[in-house]
Design a protein around this ligand. Structure first.
Ligand code: NAD
Length: 555
C-alpha cells in the first residue's frame, strides 16, 4: 500500500495528506493540475482533474496570462486572493517570482481598495475572527484554528486601516496581506501564519448602514471591556502557541502606544506601524546620507504628522543619534513635529502623551511652511495621511535650504501621499532625495530617469519576524529594529543610489530579509532573549528556516 504521509519541511513532523475532493479544497496541500498520475491514483483524485499533468511553471504561465487580462488592479487582487485560497504553493510561486509586480496588488495600494470593498469582494472567510461577544471563550475560538504550530500572528481591530481610517471588520485584508508578505519576502511557512481580526464594532457610519458589512453592527467598544478582550486574546495566544510572535497592525494610536508598552515586556510582540515604519525610514535616511555625504547627527528632521508612524520614527532616529554619541535630549531636539494643530512645542496644552518627548521649548508655528522656514530642516517626512500637503512652496523652500533636500512622503495608500515622486523631482529641479510609502513609477526630469524608493515596511517586518521566530525570542526590543535598519541600508548598492533609490530593489527582497533576519537574530542572542542555543552559522541557520514554494511529492 502507498504511504500517504509526508514530512513537513518546516515542522519536521509527519502530516496526514487529505484525500480526494477534500485535498483539492485544501490550499496548503492542493497542487491542482500538477498532481502526478501516481498521486492521482494514490490519493483518490482520478477523474477529479483534467488528464494533462502540468508543471508549476506551466501553471504559473496560466496565472500570469490571466493576470494580464484583468481590467484593473482590484480584479488582479481578487484573482490572486482566489488563487491563494485554492493553492498556496502556486500563489507564492507566482508572487515570489514577480514580487515587484505583485506586491502593489496584494498590499498597498490595492489592498486599501480591497478593504473598502471587502463586503462586495467577500467569497470565503480567511483568518480568525474574534469578536467582543467571544469574551470568556477566546481560548476555545483559538482551538478552532486548523493549524497546530502557529508562529506569526498579525492582528488588527480595523480602527486605522492605512490612512483610510476606521474600516472595522473590513480591515481583515490587512493582516492577510501582511502575512502573505511574511512568506513572499522572508519565506515564513504559510502554515505557521494566522491573520486575526478583533471585531469590537466600528465608528464608521457608512459601514453601519452598509447591508454587506461583515462585522458587528455596533459602535466600538472601548475602555475596560476592550482591554479585557485584548488581554484575553494575548494570554490565550501565549498559552496555546508560546513561540508565536504577535504583530499589532493598524490600531488607532489611542490604543497602539499603550498596548505596545503594556505587552512588549510580557510576550513576544511588536507594532509594525510604530517600530517597523521607524526602521524602514531610518534605513532610507542612512542611504540618503550616503548621497548627501553628511552625518546623521547633522540632520534636522521635520515631520508632518505626529502619530504612530511619526513619533515611532522620531524615537528610533533619536536613539540612533544617541548611539553616535549625542545626549538623548540633544538627539530628540533634532526631531520636530507638526500635527493637525501646528508645531508641537512645549507651550501647547493639547498634546497627547506620545508627543510630549518631542515638545521642545520654541515659539509656536501654525503651519508646516513657516516651520520649515524657522527650523531649516535637512529632511521632511510626511506621515499625516493628508494628501498634497508637500506643496510646491514646501518643496521649493526645502530646495533653497538644502542642495539635496530629503523628502519622504510616506502616507498610504497612494491617494494619501503628501506629494508624488514627479512633484518632488520637478519642484526641486531634480535635487530631491525622495521616498514614498506606496510605489510611484520612475520619472524623468532634465533628461535623467529617477527611480523613487518605496519606504515599504515589507523591507523590514518579514526579516525581523523571521529572525525572531527562528531563535524563538521571548521579547522584541527597539535595538532589534535599529539593527534591522542598518542591515537594510547596508544592502543598498551604489547603482540604486545613482538612480535616486534609497532602498534595494524589491527583486532581491528574500536575500535582503535573510540579511535582516541574521542581524536581528544576532541581536536576540546578544540581548539574552533567545530560547535556543546559538547556531554556529547564523545565515545557514536562517536559510534553513525559509519555506520555498515547491510542491511536495505525496507518493
Ligand atoms: P496616526 O493616526 O497615528 O497619525 C496621524 C498624524 O497626522 C496625527 O498626529 C495627526 O495629528 C496628524 N495630522 C492629521 N492631519 C494633519 C494635518 N492636516 N497636518 C498635519 N498633521 C496632521 O497615523 P499613523 O499610523 O502615524 O499613519 C499616518 C500615515 O502614515 C498613514 O497614511 C499611514 O498609511 C502612513 N504610514 C506609512 C508607512 C510606510 O510608508 N512605511 C508606515 C506606517 C504608516
Amino acid at each position: 500500500m502507498l504511504k500517504r504521509t509526508v514530512k513537513s519541511k518546516s515542522a519536521s513532523a509527519k502530516c496526514h495528506v487529505p484525500r480526494g475532493a477534500k485535498l483539492l479544497h485544501d490550499p496548503l496541500w492542493n497542487k491542482g493540475t500538477a498532481f502526478t498520475d501516481e498521486e492521482r491514483d494514490a490519493l483518490g483524485l482520478r477523474g477529479l482533474l483534467p488528464s494533462r499533468v502540468l508543471t508549476i511553471e506551466e501553471q504559473e504561465r496560466r496565472v500570469l496570462a490571466n493576470f494580464e487580462k484583468k481590467p484593473n488592479d482590484l480584479e488582479r487582487y481578487v484573482q490572486l486572493i482566489s488563487l491563494q485560497d485554492r493553492n498556496e504553493t502556486l500563489f507564492y510561486h507566482v508572487v515570489m517570482n514577480h514580487v515587484e509586480k505583485m506586491m502593489p496588488i496584494i498590499y498597498t495600494p490595492t489592498v486599501g481598495q480591497a478593504c473598502q470593498e471587502f463586503g462586495v469582494l467577500f467569497r470565503q472567510a480567511r483568518g480568525l475572527y474574534i469578536s467582543i461577544k467571544d469574551r470568556g471563550r477566546v481560548a476555545q475560538v483559538l482551538k478552532n484554528w486548523p493549524q497546530k504550530d502557529v508562529r506569526v500572528i498579525v492582528v488588527t481591530d480595523g480602527e486605522r486601516i492605512l490612512g483610510l481610517g476606521d474600516l472595522g471588520a473590513f480591515g481583515m485584508s490587512i493582516p492577510i496581506g501582511k502575512l502573505s508578505l511574511y512568506t513572499a519576502c522572508a519565506g515564513v511557512d504559510p502554515a505557521q501564519c494566522m491573520p486575526v481580526m478583533l471585531d469590537v464594532g466600528t465608528e464608521n457610519d457608512s459601514l453601519l448602514h452598509n447591508p454587506l458589512y461583515t462585522g458587528l453592527c455596533q459602535g466600538r467598544v472601548r475602555g475596560k471591556e476592550y482591554d479585557a478582550l485584548v488581554d484575553e486574546f494575548v494570554t490565550a495566544v501565549h498559552k496555546t502557541w508560546p513561540k508565536a510572535l504577535i504583530q499589532f497592525e493598524d490600531f488607532a494610536n489611542i490604543n497602539a502606544f499603550r498596548l505596545l508598552e503594556h505587552y512588549r515586556g510580557k510576550v513576544c510582540t511588536f507594532n509594525d506601524d510604530i517600530q517597523g515604519t521607524a526602521a524602514v525610514t531610518l534605513a532610507g535616511l542612512y542611504s540618503a546620507l550616503r548621497i548627501t555625504g553628511r552625518a546623521l547627527r547633522d540632520q534636522t528632521i521635520l515631520f508632518l504628522g505626529a502619530g504612530e508612524a511619526g513619533t515611532g520614527i522620531g524615537n528610533l532616529i533619536a536613539s540612533a543619534m544617541t548611539d553616535e554619541g549625542m545626549s538623548p535630549e540633544e538627539a530628540r531636539r533634532k526631531c520636530w513635529f507638526v500635527d493637525s494643530h501646528g508645531l508641537v512645542v512645549k507651550s501647547r496644552q493639547d498634546l497627547a502623551e506620545h508627543k510630549l518627548r518631542f515638545a521642545h521649548d520654541h515659539p509656536f508655528c501654525a503651519d508646516f511652511l513657516s516651520a520649515i522656514r524657522t527650523l531649516k530642516p535637512t529632511a521632511i517626512v510626511g506621515v499625516s495621511a493628508m494628501p498634497k500637503t508637500f506643496t510646491q512652496p514646501v518643496v521649493e523652500a526645502m530646495s533653497e535650504l538644502n542642495k539635496r533636500p530629503i523628502i519622504f512622503a510616506l502616507s498610504n495608500p497612494t491617494s494619501k501621499a503628501e506629494c508624488s515622486a514627479e512633484e518632488a523631482y520637478t519642484w526641486s529641479k531634480g535635487q530631491a532625495i525622495f521616498a514614498s510609502g506606496s510605489p510611484f513609477p520612475p520619472c524623468v526630469y532634465g533628461g535623467k530617469t529617477f527611480v523613487p524608493g518605496q519606504g515599504n515596511n515589507a523591507y523590514i517586518f518579514p526579516g525581523v519576524g523571521l529572525g525572531i521566530i527562528a531563535c524563538e525570542a521571548r521579547h522584541v526590543t527597539d535595538r532589534m529594529f535599529a539593527e534591522a535598519a542598518k542591515a537594510l541600508a547596508a544592502q543598498v548598492q551604489e547603482n540604486d543610489l545613482a538612480m535616486g533609490r534609497v532602498y534595494p530593489s524589491l527583486q532581491h527582497i528574500q536575500e535582503v530579509s535573510a540579511g535582516i533576519a541574521v542581524a536581528v537574530a544576532e541581536c536576540v542572542f546578544k540581548e539574552g532573549l533567545a530560547s535556543i542555543r546559538k547556531p554556529r552559522n547564523l545565515l545557514k541557520f536562517i536559510r534553513s528556516k525559509m519555506w520555498a514554494p515547491q510542491y511536495r511529492n505525496y507518493v
